[in-house]
Design a protein around this ligand. Sequence first.
Ligand SMILES: CC(C)(COP(=O)(O)OP(=O)(O)OC[C@H]1O[C@@H](n2cnc3c(N)ncnc32)[C@H](O)[C@@H]1OP(=O)(O)O)[C@@H](O)C(=O)NCCC(=O)NCCS
Length: 159
Amino acid sequence: MTNNSKTKKALFTDINKSDVGDLMSIELACHSHPWSEKTFSSCIGGRYFGEQLFLDEKKQSATGFYIGEYVVGEATLMDICVAPAEQGQGFGKVLLNQFLAQAKKLGAQKIFLEVRAKNISAQMMYMNAGFIEIDRRTGYYPSSSGFGYEDAIVMSLKC
Ligand SMILES: CC(C)(COP(=O)(O)OP(=O)(O)OC[C@H]1O[C@@H](n2cnc3c(N)ncnc32)[C@H](O)[C@@H]1OP(=O)(O)O)[C@@H](O)C(=O)NCCC(=O)NCCS
């Protein structure tokens, strides 16, 4: 899936609060329980870092983004999304690698994330990057189907 001609064109820019409105369309399309624009905005700046991925040099429309948090040697992947029409072509992996590189640059020695138990494609991506499951939070998320709850799997990676 990866290393096709499209992923080679990937360009990154930092996410600012003014980008949030545009990125909300990807956020809404990717999650059953998306962040609100207010929550997304609260994860920009300060201890948070994030980048958006573009395929066109004019950087008009983002294909995906990630948001990370860094606090004293530990980074957490808060969100990672690829626009549905562009999924399955390697962009998730490109974004994850960019997040990992930035987290290490900031000084992260350990990286954490949480993922829905039923989100197997994301889990595969994380496992292939070296993450291992370290905990499970029973019924942590409201279910994607809208009925009941879903476990959160906590994963970590040592840098
Ligand atoms: C998770 C997500 C970011 C992955 O992005 P993507 O561009 O589709 O992923 P890629 O094409 O880079 O694939 C990366 C890896 O994911 C796994 N993967 C992707 N699609 C998969 C599928 N349908 N089934 C199983 N594994 C899959 C594979 O391990 C793949 O690596 P490989 O190509 O070496 O096999 C994307 O699906 C997404 O935005 N999902 C909605 C939001 C979300 O769930 N975010 C994660 C929250 S924790």
